[in-house]
Design a protein around this ligand. Structure first.
Ligand code: ATP
Length: 471
C-alpha cells in the first residue's frame, strides 16, 4: 500500500567535520534512486539554540515522501547504512539518532517540537514517546541523544511562518576555513534578490553566507522563497569545486524559540526565554567588552548581558536607565563561580521609558541661541549677540531618550542565532499561507535544475583548480 513516511535525523556531526544537513542531502539522493515521491523540500529544523551539547547551530533534518509499504524495509536498511557510513561516530560527542514514522505525524511529536524549541528535553522522555508509537522504526548507535532532535524535526510541520535555505556543499574532505566567494558579487546579488536576507553584514563588512568551520557547507543562502535563494546562488561568483546542492524549507529566522513569557523565578539554565522586567541596575561595562544590567521580574533580580560579539547593540543597551520597563529575549546561562544566572540577550523591546528631567540654560530672548554661563557668580551670556542676563536661571526640561517603544532592538547579523528574526523580515504571515504553494512541485522544480546549479561557475572553478595544482 502507498503510504506517507517521515524520516528524522540528528547528531551526526562533530567539531571536526560532517553536517546533519549534508547527511540529509545524501539520504535524499539515495531516495531519489527509488520509486517514491517527495511531498516537500527536506526540512532543516533548528531547536533550542542554548542546548549545551550542540555542535554548532542545533539543527536537525526531516524528510517526507510517499512510497509503497513493500519497499520501506529496504529503504530503511539503506538509510541506516548511510548514517553508519557517514556520521562522525568516532567523535565522543556525536550521538546519532534516526527515526522513521508512517502516516500522519502524531500530535505528541508536534508538541515535542514546540517544547524542544526552548527547553531541555530529557532523552528518556523521547524514548518513552517512541515506545508508545510502535509503528515507527528508530536507530541509534550510542545513547541515542540524536533521537530528541530527530523526533522534534519530524514534529515540525511549519504550517505558518517558515523560510528557505539553499546550501552548496564542498567535498567533505576539504577542511579549510576559507571559502572562495567574491564578496562584491554577494553585495550585488543581495541588492537584486529582495526576498533573501542576511547575505552580507554591511556594518561589519562581512559575507554572511559562508561558514568558517571544517564542515562540508560551502555556503548557505537564506530567503522567503525557494526561487529567491536559488536565484541568489546563480548570481554570486564562486571559485571552488562544489560537490552538490540542496534547498531546505526551515524554521530559521522565525523567532519561534520564544513561545511564552517567563517570570524571573522560572529561569532554568539553557532555556530560551522572554522575560518582562524593570531595569533595577543600569548598564555597566564588564571586562572583556561586555555590558551588563539587572532587571527585576516579580521579586527576582536577573542579570542580562550584551556580550562583546553583539558589537553596536551594546550602545543601545547602554541607553537603558533604572525604571525602564523592558522585554528581554535570550538564553539563560547557568551561574558560574564568578557570575549569577545571566540572560544572554538576543533582543530587547522597550515597554515603557521613564522620563528624566534635566537642567538646561534658557534660550537668548534676542537671537534664540543657547545662553551660556558668564563665569563664576555671574549671570548668563549669549555668545552670538552679546546679550547678558545678571541672573543664572536654569530651566528644567524632559531629557530626550534615544530609545523608542514598539521597536525591536536585535543583535547585529554577525551575532544572530539561526532562529533570530531579522528586523528586515517584515512580510505578513499570510505571505506563506497561500493555498497555491505546492511544496512538492517547487521541490521537483529545484531537482530539475540541480545539475546546472551544481555546475554553476564551473569554468572559473576549473581555472582555480588548475592554478592550485600548478602551485
Ligand atoms: P549541526 O547543526 O551542525 O548538525 P548541531 O549543532 O545540530 O550540529 P548536534 O550535534 O546535532 O548539534 O547536537 C545537538 C544535540 O542536542 C542532538 O543530540 C539533539 O538531539 C539534542 N537536542 C536538540 N534540541 C534539544 C532539546 N531541546 N533538548 C535536549 N536535547 C536537544
Amino acid at each position: 500500500m502507498l503510504q506517507t513516511w517521515h524520516v528524522g535525523i540528528d547528531d551526526t556531526d562533530s567539531q571536526s567535520g560532517m553536517c546533519t544537513t549534508f547527511l540529509g542531502t545524501i539520504i535524499v539522493d539515495f531516495l531519489l534512486k527509488h520509486s517514491l515521491e517527495f511531498l516537500d523540500f527536506p526540512k532543516l529544523i533548528r531547536l533550542n539554540p542554548n542546548i549545551p551539547y550542540k555542535t554548532r547551530g542545533n539543527g536537525a533534518v526531516a524528510i517526507t515522501f510517499m512510497a509503497y509499504e513493500e519497499i520501506i524495509d529496504s529503504l530503511w536498511k539503506g538509510i541506516v547504512g548511510l548514517v553508519k557510513e557517514n556520521a562522525d561516530i568516532n567523535d565522543p560527542h556525536t550521538d546519532p539518532g534516526l527515526i522513521l514514522i508512517k502516516g500522519e505525524i502524531p500530535s505528541a511529536f508536534q508538541e515535542l517540537y514546540w517544547e524542544a524549541l526552548y527547553q531541555v528535553i530529557p532523552l528518556n522522555f523521547v524514548k518513552q514517546l517512541l515506545k508508545k508509537h510502535t509503528s515507527e522504526k528508530h536507530f541509534y548507535v550510542k545513547e541515542g541523544r540524536g533521537l530528541i532532535g530527530a523526533a522534534a524535526a519530524i514534529g515540525a510541520i511549519l504550517s505558518q511562518d517558515y523560510t528557505y535555505e539553499f546550501i552548496a556543499y564542498r567535498n567533505p574532505e576539504e577542511k579549510k576555513s576559507e571559502r572562495l566567494i567574491d564578496p562584491i558579487s554577494v553585495i550585488n546579488a543581495d541588492k537584486k534578490t529582495l526576498l533573501t536576507f542576511n547575505n552580507y553584514d554591511y556594518e561589519h563588512k562581512q559575507v554572511m553566507i559562508s561558514p568558517h568551520g571544517p564542515d562540508p557547507v560551502f555556503c548557505g543562502i537564506r530567503g522567503e522563497t525557494s526561487s529567491a535563494v536559488i536565484r541568489m546562488w546563480e548570481l554570486i561568483d564562486i571559485l571552488e569545486p562544489i560537490q552538490t546542492t540542496m534547498v531546505f524549507r526551515t524554521n530559521q529566522h522565525t523567532q519561534v524559540h520564544f513561545p511564552k513569557k517567563f517570570l524571573g523565578h522560572e529561569l532554568k539554565p539553557y532555556l530560551s526565554v522572554k522575560v518582562r522586567g524593570i531595569v533595577a541596575k543600569k548598564p555597566y561595562n564588564y571586562p572583556g567588552g561586555h555590558v551588563i544590567f539587572t532587571i527585576k521580574s516579580g521579586n527576582v533580580s536577573i542579570d542580562c548581558a550584551a556580550y562583546e560579539p553583539t558589537k553596536r547593540f551594546r550602545k543601545i543597551i547602554r541607553e537603558l536607565i533604572e525604571g525602564d520597563e523592558v522585554l528581554v529575549f535570550g538564553g539563560v546561562r547557568p551561574a558560574s563561580s564568578k557570575n549569577p544566572v545571566t540572560i544572554n540577550i538576543e533582543e530587547v523591546q522597550i515597554i515603557k521609558l521613564i522620563s528624566i528631567q534635566e537642567k538646561v540654560t534658557p534660550k537668548c530672548p534676542i537671537c534664540g541661541a543657547s545662553l551660556t554661563s558668564a563665569g563664576r557668580n555671574q549671570g548668563l551670556k549669549c555668545k552670538k549677540c552679546s546679550f547678558t542676563s545678571p541672573k543664572k536661571k536654569y530651566i528644567c526640561q524632559q531629557k530626550s531618550r534615544k530609545l523608542r517603544t514598539g521597536v525591536r532592538y536585535v543583535i547585529p547579523v554577525c551575532a544572530q542565532r539561526h532562529l533570530t528574526k531579522p528586523v528586515t523580515r517584515n512580510l505578513p504571515l499570510q505571505f506563506h499561507l497561500s493555498p497555491e504553494i505546492d511544496f512538492k512541485y517547487a521541490f521537483y522544480d529545484f531537482l530539475k535544475k540541480r545539475t546546472i546549479l551544481n555546475n554553476h561557475d564551473i569554468n572559473r572553478r576549473e581555472t582555480y583548480t588548475y592554478m592550485k595544482n600548478k602551485k
